[in-house]
Design a protein around this ligand. Structure first.
Ligand SMILES: Cc1cc2nc3c(=O)[nH]c(=O)nc-3n(C[C@H](O)[C@H](O)[C@H](O)COP(=O)(O)OP(=O)(O)OC[C@H]3O[C@@H](n4cnc5c(N)ncnc54)[C@H](O)[C@@H]3O)c2cc1C
Ligand code: SF4
Length: 567
């Protein structure tokens, strides 16, 4: 029925079920609150994941075209963003890699001084996050790792080579065992079979997605997940500062007709829709007048992790670099630059469409010319990479990220048709995001030589000088006041009460490594500051479940915390 209105009321609503959202949901439920999670993606069981990325409806997220998968591609003028979608957010299709941020992250001027020492402040929360996500060091050295190690030796940084820290269960391969992580209270798990398909979705139950830890326990505690529902507006009920609660308008995700609009009410809200989702929601709400007090710094300091993603495909179609987990080792060519070798595993061939012949440095005008030059000089190589069959097995993807201080902005562009605002990017005038990383091309050229392979850049990087990132961050970052940030150090949105941001958009600087562990640790810290709900017999679904002490972080509610309102 069109525009059906249904009202549900919670103490807390969490928007998005990725790393920040899942931590928030579990910790709030443990504190005795009733919690609803709204997630626009669909719920996937292990066996539902695509076997190959050609199964487009199960892999790509383009709901208007009937594709409700886990991989979202969003193109802007200055950056191509790949991100996750589904119950479990980015964890469903991420590459399992979980590192603590580089030292420069903790002392970045954006938040330096807002805690005594961010490194020590976050340390206990990193510990909790690592325990919850089951982080361990990958063991093994496949052909891509050997190459990376040799490159490190030749360039004098062999001491930086290391196997990757990953959230994967390495029990007996292919064998199901009772929960090995949470004293038997978690779901049964199956040992990793090293198929490399982690980014397509682990069909074996070996990958420690959020469904296997945070969300598993959150649902056990009664957290209600509303999947395939997209939040499109948030507005205070009564008092303008949100102190009497919020109303969230949701629609069937991706619907053009029969949107089945519904309203949910909550006394407190956590925005955890990922950097893209949270920036969009806050921008729409500010523009529409629903949340006019949100800081004008919204959309500033959007970070890409200073990233570049390249690929090298062996010409020999029998080569196979895919018998491992997705990311297995890394090096630091210099202290600010991190290079990881990545595989998509068998069945990732459609992703080859995001790559083309590698080009060198240039501008938006000269790079397409450089690309054309490459095609004319190397027509056979060009034709070879157009042939996708077996691409993902014979290809080593090189993920290059930096802890340097650069950024862009997500600013509003008025829509001619439709509701709300459209976001567009703009480079930060003081420290623009790089469109070319010389070290990245250098590594790719070296790999190509050794593999008798073809080096490739991201399609948009070659054509439009627009790099690709899988690690979009920032835009609603921590600051000392609304003139410098969108949220305070306890993740509360300036200008409002009981409205929080706990996801990648809160991250104030480039971590220089894969960011999910940092997002998780920051969310753990934010939730620690929320006091527990007063005991109220019989009114809270969340208290019906059991409370598992082994899941708790250390410490207690911080001084100065706002008292969240309860229904
Ligand atoms: C292919 C790939 C591989 C990656 N590999 C790694 C890796 O190995 N290690 C690592 O650290 N990081 C990796 N990342 C990045 C990682 O996935 C993200 O950094 C992380 O998921 C961000 O967490 P988050 O809490 O900010 O939000 P997300 O995990 O992105 O979750 C946000 C959720 O909110 C939902 N949502 C958005 N808007 C709305 C709305 N309006 N209403 C309702 N729901 C909404 C989305 O569908 C999504 O499920 C990878 C990303 C990709 C795409
Ligand atoms: S390598 Fe295969 S089995 Fe192991 S975590 Fe990745 S997808 Fe799962």
């Amino acid at each position: 029925m069109a525009n059906e209105v249904e009202e549900d009321e919670y103490d807390w609503i969490v928007v998005g079920s990725g790393f920040g959202g899942s931590v928030s949901a579990l910790r709030l439920a443990e504190k005795g609150y009733s919690v609803g999670v709204v997630e626009c993606g669909r719920r996937y069981e292990d066996s539902d994941f695509a076997e190959s990325t050609w199964q487009m409806r199960r892999y790509y997220w383009m709901p208007r075209l009937g594709m409700r998968g886990i991989f979202r591609v969003t193109a802007f003028r200055d950056i191509l963003i790949v991100s996750g979608s589904g119950v479990g957010g980015g964890s469903l299709g991420y590459a399992n890699t979980l590192y603590r941020a580089r030292p420069a992250f903790f002392t970045h001027p954006q938040w330096d001084g807002l805690a005594e020492d961010w490194d020590s402040e976050l340390k206990p929360h990193y510990d909790t996050a690592e325990r919850m996500l089951g982080v361990t060091t990958y063991e093994g050295r496949g052909p891509a790792d050997e190459l990376l190690h040799r490159y490190a030796e030749e360039t004098g940084v062999a001491d930086t080579w290391t196997n990757t820290r990953v959230g994967v269960f390495f029990g007996p391969a292919g064998e199901e065992v009772p929960d090995p992580y949470f004293g038997g209270d978690g779901p049964p798990r199956t040992g990793c079979v090293r198929c490399g398909q982690c980014m397509i979705g682990c069909r074996f139950g070996a990958k420690n997605t959020l469904r296997k830890n945070y969300l598993w326990f959150a649902e056990k505690l009664g957290v209600m997940i509303h999947s395939e529902r997209q939040v499109v507006d948030i507005r205070p009920i009564g008092a303008e500062d949100g102190s009497e609660g919020y109303e969230l308008v949701t629609e069937r995700a991706g619907a053009i007709f029969r949107k089945q609009r519904r309203t949910l009410r909550a006394r407190n809200v956590v925005l955890a829709a990922g950097a893209l989702g949270t920036n969009k929601l806050l921008r729409d709400a500010k523009h529409r007048g629903s949340l006019p007090r949100v800081s004008d710094r919204l959309g500033h300091l959007v970070r890409t992790n200073s990233e570049s993603i390249l690929a090298v495909s062996a010409k020999d179609t029998s080569r196979d670099f895919s018998n491992s987990v997705a990311i297995t080792s890394s090096i630091y060519p210099d202290p600010d630059t991190h290079v990881e070798v990545v595989t998509y595993g068998k069945g990732g061939d459609s992703v080859s469409r995001l790559f083309t012949l590698m080009t060198g440095d240039g501008t938006r005008l000269t790079r397409p010319i450089l690309w054309l030059g490459q095609v004319i000089r190397h027509p056979l190589k060009f034709l070879r990479i157009l042939w996708p069959v077996g691409w993902s097995e014979r290809t080593v993807i090189l993920l290059v990220m930096q802890s340097l201080d650069n950024a862009m902005r997500l600013i509003p562009k008025r829509r001619i048709f439709g509701r709300g605002v459209k976001l567009q990017t703009e480079q930060d005038p003081a420290a623009p995001n790089p469109t070319f990383i010389p070290e990245a091309n250098k590594v790719a050229e070296w790999f190509a030589e050794q593999m008798d392979g073809i080096p490739q850049s991201g399609l948009t990087e070659s054509f439009a000088n627009t790099p690709t990132t899988a690690h979009i961050l920032g835009g609603a970052v921590i600051g000392s006041d609304p003139d410098t940030g969108v949220i305070d150090p306890e993740h509360r949105v300036f200008g409002y009460r009981n409205l929080y941001v706990c996801d990648g958009s809160a991250v104030p600087a480039n971590p220089g490594v894969n960011p999910s562990l940092t997002i998780t640790a920051m969310a753990e810290r934010a939730m620690e500051h929320i006091p527990a709900r007063e005991a109220r017999e019989g009114t809270n679904k969340a208290r019906e479940g059991t409370n598992n002490d082994s899941l708790k972080g250390s410490g207690s509610a911080g001084a100065g915390a706002q008292d969240p309102i309860v229904t």
